[in-house]
Design a protein around this ligand. Structure first.
Ligand code: ATP
Ligand code: MG
Length: 294
């Protein structure tokens, strides 16, 4: 569905994207992760035909984002980072206007409106002026806008930022319901959320792809065992479970042998057990930069 090849973007002398390549297969839900300023929004804007790359190319559904931007726009629903909405319009008026602009046939507009209003839980606010909406409600209007022409590909730039926990869960289940028939590429900073709702992740770091893998690959794989021990005085004075020294072992046997040695040497065993690898572990190993010690 998406093919990105050697994409670069320069803002003046600054290189925001430096030879980015990745592929997103149809029906996948892909989390696009990276620290602030990594290049997520820049990439998503290029894919959504909001701006051209400086070099390289991107295709969506086989259409080039520069040369066939009208075809690309028809295929995608894009929810930008800050949703540009018209404050003096009411929610239904705005969505009707957007539906027409996106070429939804006039006899289908009402049905499309009702579908997205229900999907995005906007029933109570359908007659409200957009400027009177809360941040999270605006965010949901932005999502409704992205969905109104029932696009095959959704490109969502931090779709759950600013939402309360309830709405986050709602948006996650909406994305899960869209998966399969739709393809979703979404950026987020909430790693457990990406782990729960995405099939794959792409991590971008300083304008370059640092990892591209499936969630199953990240959280599966070989299990390791952790043992955390502390000096007796240290453990007693702090009482913190994160205190002490953590070691990781390839087998339960090796972990328990190590634990036994530590205990017989007089140290306190704080923790011993299997370790579940998380997306956060991968993210930190790829992206975290060492802060120099003075
Ligand atoms: N219009 C612009 N002019 C100059 N520099 C820009 C412009 N837009 C983005 N940048 C720079 O490009 C880099 C990537 O920005 P981008 O918005 O793509 O990051 P991001 O990964 O979306 O970050 P965030 O998580 O903060 O949203 C940043 O260093 C940013 O300062
Ligand atoms: Mg961004």
């Amino acid at each position: 569905m998406i093919n990105v090849e050697n994409l670069s973007k320069h803002y003046g002398a600054f290189t925001a994207l430096d030879g980015v390549s990745f592929h997103v297969a149809t029906g996948r839900v892909v989390g696009f992760l990276g620290a602030n300023g990594a290049g997520k929004t820049t990439t998503l804007r290029i894919l959504s035909c909001f701006m051209p790359p400086s070099a390289g190319m991107a295709t969506v559904g086989g259409f080039d984002t520069v040369r066939a931007s009208d075809d690309v726009r028809r295929l995608i629903g894009y929810m930008p980072e800050s949703v540009p909405l018209y404050g003096d319009m009411r929610v239904v008026e705005y969505l009707r206007f957007r539906a027409r602009l996106k070429g939804v046939a006039s006899d289908c507009v009402s049905a499309a409106l009702e579908r997205v209003i229900s999907q995005c839980h906007l029933q109570e606010k359908r007659r409200s002026l957009i400027r009177a909406l809360s941040k999270g409600q605006r965010q949901r209007v932005g999502l409704a806008d992205a969905l109104i022409h029932d696009p095959r590909l959704l490109i969502l730039d931090e779709p759950t930022s600013g939402l309360d926990p309830d709405q986050r869960v709602e948006v996650r289940s909406l994305i899960a319901a869209l998966a399969g028939e739709h393809t979703v590429l979404l950026s987020t900073h909430i790693l457990p959320e990406a782990e729960a709702s995405c099939s794959d992740v792409i991590i971008i770091h300083k304008g370059r792809i640092a990892a591209s893998t499936s969630i199953a690959e990240v959280t599966g794989g070989e299990q390791r065992w952790r043992v955390r021990v502390a000096d007796r005085d240290y453990a007693v004075t702090t009482g913190a479970s994160a205190a002490g020294t953590l070691t990781r072992w390839d087998s339960a046997e090796a972990a328990s042998q190590h634990a036994a040695r530590e205990v017989s040497a007089g140290r306190v065993l704080l923790e011993v057990g299997p370790e579940k690898r998380t997306l956060e572990d991968l993210f930190m190993s790829v992206v975290a930069e060492r802060i120099p010690t003075p």
